[in-house]
Design a protein around this ligand. Sequence first.
Ligand code: AMP
Length: 215
Amino acid sequence: MKLVLLGAPGAGKGTQAKKLIEKFGIPQISTGDLLRAAVAEGTELGKEAKSYMDKGELVPDSVVLGMMEERLSQDDCKNGYILDGFPRNTAQAEELDKMLDSLGMPLDAALSVEVPTEDLMKRLTGRRTCRECGQMYNIYFQPPAEEGKCDKCGGELFQRDDDKEETITKRLEVYQEQTAPLIDYYREKGILKTVTGTGDIDEIFQNVLQTLDAG
Ligand code: AMP
C-alpha cells in the first residue's frame, strides 16, 4: 500500500496512520514527526524549521523535500508507505510524483480524512501526546485514565507547542489555502478516496479499510 493521507490538522490522520502501520507493517512517514525530531535534536535543519512551525507556517519546500527524498529511499519503504502531513502544497505534490516515479513506487491512493472545521479546534487544543511512546490522547474526547500520564507506558503527556490556540488558527488557514487544493490535484489523477473522520476511531478505521479495499 502506497498511500498519502490528506486532511486538516486535527482530522486524525496520525491516529489512522498508526492503525494502518499496525495492520500492514509498513512505515508511516510524517514530516511533522521528522521535523519535531530534528527540533528536539537541535540540528541546523531543526533550528530553521522551528521558527516556521512555531508560527503555524509551512517549513520551506527545499527543507522538507530533501528530508523526504532521503527517507523514501530507505529500504523499509519498498513494500509500501503511508505519508502523513506530506505533501502540503501543490509544489510538494508535483515533486513527490517525480521522486516516486524515479524510485519506481508511485502512489496507489490519496485518502482524504474529512472533519467539519468546527470540530477541529477542540480536537487540536485538547490533543496530548506521550513523550515516551507517542500515544495520542484528547482531554475532551479520549482522556487518559490518570491526568497527564500515558495509559500504555506511564510516560508524561505533553501538548505540542503548535497546538496552542493562536498557532492553531494559523495552521487551519494555511491548510485551507495551501493544502486543501491537493484534494482536487489527486481527484484529477483519479486516485482520490474520501472518508468521514468523525465518530469512533475504530469505526473510522473500518471505513478507511473499506474505502481502500483493504479490509
Ligand atoms: P503536523 O504535525 O503535520 O501538523 O506538522 C506540524 C508543523 O510542521 C506544520 O505546521 C509545519 O510547520 C511543519 N510541516 C509538517 N509537514 C510539513 C510539510 N510537508 N511542508 C512544510 N511544513 C511542514
